[in-house]
Design a binder for this molecule. Structure first.
Ligand SMILES: Cc1ncc(COP(=O)(O)O)c(C=O)c1O
Length: 455
């Protein structure tokens, strides 16, 4: 019997990746990549960098949508995974236990407020959100779910019901009943809804990922108080903001919050293995898992997965040992210092904002040459941001993203291992790319037309 070789198959067929992807996975996705010039074949990743088939190195500011906080192919997380595989661990017994899941649960709870006392493992962020919605309903006996406008919590049907963005939620209705939205940051609107005492869960991102919106001062603290007053569970979604992203291990620490429910995922396994978890108060857990009959009220075949648990423990160890949380806070400050001057330098730059290594730049109609900006906006909303992302990629080898459909915002979620020199490289390249986009090349109109016809 001959063994299967990953390197043989990648070596012999790797060049066909884009065509195969289009033929077998998603042709529309390939069209998008081609249109924005991102149809590269990537062959290697390390830390904050990616390499293409020509051996060119790129700075990766997308970070797999924020799942590589410890860097791609972190050697210590990889070593733990190889070790775990060589141990011939039992794998899931289902009707039995093994040490790694409770050890990771213990490590997570040791790093969060005492109010959180139980962990339910999942395979993704959306699944962790689903668990929060489902368990929150049972624990409170209330069907109502309140969420913030423009929030993002995943694309499964329950999470989608709490998604404030029509481009995701449209076409898939009817969504779950009893979901209502309130503007992010509006305390009065929140209280008006909570006062009805039919809301089981208030689901909110501490910093909204779409567009990187920070909460107004006092908002989250007041939201927590109101939730306690009206018997609603506070669910703070840390899927994107967790594990040092914002300069604290969890973003809720910035405001001293003690949520009842906390979905986490993304960086927990160092980007290697799908994983997620719902951290919850013992009270919530006991109200749902209240008898032997109810011991199996929620779960999934693959969760907890032992390799994900090994990677999770190694990732927490790495975050501590490498000091990635304070590093994120410091580098975030540095990135703001480097990029805030762009607001003064270019009238097309509305705002630069961020916290830790969750950063964004927002564009808006400039005072001068506003007409061409408006014309392009009419063809494709938010297109100016794409005119900056393009040259960043093509001319400066920096992979970045527009922060959401139709919004003129570029967002960065680099690995927390990124260097000061990388940030300087980015700030300088951004400056040049904005200057270039500001003069709106002739090709821009053609591009915008193609992009607007992508549907
Ligand atoms: C805040 C937030 N919650 C939930 C999710 C969904 O996580 P996943 O993609 O692992 O399902 C995401 C994904 O981007 C997210 O940003």
């Amino acid at each position: 019997m001959t063994g299967f070789s990953v390197s043989d198959v990648v070596g012999s067929r790797g060049g066909e990746a884009n065509e195969l992807w289009a033929a077998t996975i998603n042709p529309q996705f390939m069209r998008v990549l081609k249109t924005i010039g991102f149809d590269r074949t990537w062959v290697r990743g390390e830390g904050a960098y990616l390499w293409d088939g020509k051996g060119e190195r790129y700075l990766d500011l997308i970070g797999g949508f924020g799942m590589f906080n410890v860097g791609r192919n972190n050697p210590r997380v990889r070593a733990a995974l190889i070790e775990a595989m060589e141990l011939n661990l039992p794998g899931s017994v289902q009707l039995g236990t093994s040490p790694l899941p409770p050890l990771l649960a213990e490590a997570l709870l040791a790093r969060t407020p005492p109010r959180l006392g139980r962990v339910l493992f999942t395979n993704s962020g959306a699944e962790a959100v689903e668990a929060a919605l489902k368990l929150g309903r049972a624990a409170t006996g209330r069907a109502g779910v309140l969420h913030a406008e423009h929030g993002f919590h995943g694309l499964t049907l329950g999470a989608l019901s709490a998604n404030g963005n029509a481009e995701f939620a449209g076409r898939f209705g009817p969504l779950l009943p009893d979901f209502r939205s309130v503007p992010f940051g509006d305390v009065a609107a929140l209280e008006e809804q909570l006062r009805r005492e039919d809301v089981g869960v208030f689901l909110v991102e501490p910093i909204q990922g779409k567009g990187v919106h920070l909460p107004p001062p006092g908002y989250l603290e007041t939201a927590q108080e109101l939730c306690r007053t009206y018997g609603t569970l506070l669910c703070v979604d840390e899927v994107q903001t967790g594990f040092g992203r914002t300069g604290r291990l969890f973003a809720f620490e910035h405001w001293g919050l003690e949520p009842d429910l906390v979905p986490i995922a993304k960086s927990l396994s160092g980007g290697y293995i799908p994983v997620g978890a719902l951290l919850m108060s013992k009270d919530v857990h006991q109200r749902v898992f209240d008898s032997m009959e109810h011991a199996f009220s929620h779960g999934s075949t693959f969760a907890p997965n032992e390799l994900a648990m090994a990677a999770g423990l190694a990732t927490l160890h790495e975050i501590d040992q490498a000091g990635l949380v304070p590093r994120s806070a410091q580098l975030g400050e540095h990135l703001l210092e480097l990029t805030l001057p762009l607001v003064e330098r270019y009238d097309v730059v509305r705002e630069v904002r961020g916290i830790g290594l969750m950063w964004a730049i927002e564009f808006g109609e400039p005072a001068s040459r506003g007409r061409s900006y408006r014309v392009l906006e009419r063809l494709q909303q938010g297109i100016f941001a794409q005119f900056v992302v393009g040259p960043l990629f093509r001319d400066h080898r920096i992979l970045s993203q527009v922060a959401g459909h139709g919004i003129p915002v570029i967002k960065a979620l680099p690995s927390l291992t990124v260097g000061q020199d990388d940030l300087a490289w980015f700030a300088d390249s951004l400056d040049q790319s904005i200057r270039r986009a500001r003069s709106l090349p002739r090709a821009a109109g053609g591009f915008a037309l193609t992009a607007s016809r992508l549907r």
